[in-house]
Design a protein around this ligand. Sequence first.
Ligand SMILES: [Zn+2]
Length: 61
Amino acid sequence: MRRRAARGKTVLLCPQCGSANIVLVAGSITGQVYHCRQCDYVGSLVFETELREDDPPKDAP
Ligand SMILES: [Zn+2]
């Protein structure tokens, strides 16, 4: 078996504030629950986006 060749890595974004400061709280039969440390959003809905290695992060200092 081969894994899908993913060039970039997937990051999770908060749907409420757009922060990537998301942690996975729990996984259950209802799905996964995430917690945003930025705005305290808790829920199963998060945005996923891929970062390409050849793309510099836009929010770099
Ligand atoms: Zn948030």
